[in-house]
Design a protein around this ligand. Sequence first.
Ligand SMILES: Cc1cc2nc3c(=O)[nH]c(=O)nc-3n(C[C@H](O)[C@H](O)[C@H](O)COP(=O)(O)OP(=O)(O)OC[C@H]3O[C@@H](n4cnc5c(N)ncnc54)[C@H](O)[C@@H]3O)c2cc1C
Length: 431
Amino acid sequence: MPTSSNIGSTPDAVDIAVVGAGIIGVTCALSLARHGLRVTVVDAQEPGHGASYGNAGHLAAEQVFPIADISILQRIPAMLIDPMGPLRLDWKYLPRALPWFARLVLNLRSEPFQQTVAGLRQLNEASLGAWERLLESIGHADLLQKRGSLLVFERAESLETVDPLRKRWLQQGVPVEFWSAQAVRDAAPELSERLLGGLFFQETGHFIDPYLAVCRLVEAAEAGGVRFFQQQVHGGRLHAHGVSLATSQGELNARRVLIACGAHSAPLVAQLTGTRVPLDTERGYHLMLPHEHGRLPFPVTSLERKFIMTPMSGGLRLAGTVEFAGLDSPARMKRAWQLHRLSEGLFHRDLDAKDATTWMGRRPSLPDSLPVIDQVCDGRVLLAFGHQHLGLTQAAITAEWIAQLAVVLQPGAAAASHALPDLSAYRLGRF
Ligand SMILES: Cc1cc2nc3c(=O)[nH]c(=O)nc-3n(C[C@H](O)[C@H](O)[C@H](O)COP(=O)(O)OP(=O)(O)OC[C@H]3O[C@@H](n4cnc5c(N)ncnc54)[C@H](O)[C@@H]3O)c2cc1C
């Protein structure tokens, strides 16, 4: 990716500068360009090297309930004591994490909780269709396998949890089937007989390589006129003609900016809009097993062990865990290896960890579990960040909505507004 500084010396040369080339920034850039806008993307790294690089690849349309819930608070002592548990809180980070946790608790009251579920549902219900349209349009429908996904359980007492869970999902319109132990074995014969059953979500899918998806989208965006530059954005200011961004290679001027910096979005949002968003990161890990092919037909999540296994073109990816340790503290790759330990006993034959690779990524998380998808400052600032555990799932639909927002604001484009859904759940002004 070039680093040239001559990427937008006058605001008129660039309609929208997109900051961040993760799955959100790249899908938005492509969508904006397809609406006739001149788009430039800047990222401090190569595209797709943030959280979008190594996620679990699950198009998790069923996840309409926030993953972070009240049990996080009850588990804080255990989180502090057990560094290898599914949830970890760094002692040193505790004081900085507490305000975020406090807001999370407030959002678990009935009314805000229902708003979160409605907001997640609106995004997730549209997510699979949006991805199918997008991948079809770039000629790479094969990157997404629509084979469903399975949540398995292995303890008899879990049955008491599973049935209410199934009913809760059905109430939210999520298609879900109860599978007996036999049905699990029939569909995934490599799984151990200790599994007692599961819930199967047919309207979900998985990406065979999430990073490759970013790369293919970048290629399509470049073919559509989008320019990519490797530059860090240090700050910016709004003015009458648009926005000026201070980058590591000089100034970038544009009529408008889209902030899509994932977990790093807060400082630029504060500087350009004056709003301080309570964005934190829930760090997660993966362990990629390159010699494991053909073990699973679709993603399988363990209810009790709390991790996911997704079959990909490069092997089997074990992923999950939530770690509160801030943006900058070093990764603890022992947590990635712990995923292999968690898989022990789930298959007839344990998984081969030879040549396995580890990875840590930063989920961009707001305490109400909803992203910000909005436009502010007279349309000069567009926002698409904070997609927490669901950024891959929600990227294509976010991109459609962002492009519609941007087009609605174009002079003389009022006719496009009919296509825009109610995005009030995702507005910046809620903070
Ligand atoms: C272990 C794990 C498993 C996951 N599994 C799933 C899953 O199965 N399904 C799902 O839907 N989601 C999943 N997620 C969540 C998903 O990966 C994220 O929500 C998504 O990748 C966020 O995308 P993004 O584009 O907002 O952020 P990122 O991919 O992090 O991209 C942000 C980009 O902004 C750039 N940037 C930041 N600051 C600046 C700056 N100042 N100047 C220039 N560039 C900047 C960064 O370099 C980065 O490239 C998972 C996450 C993790 C960690």
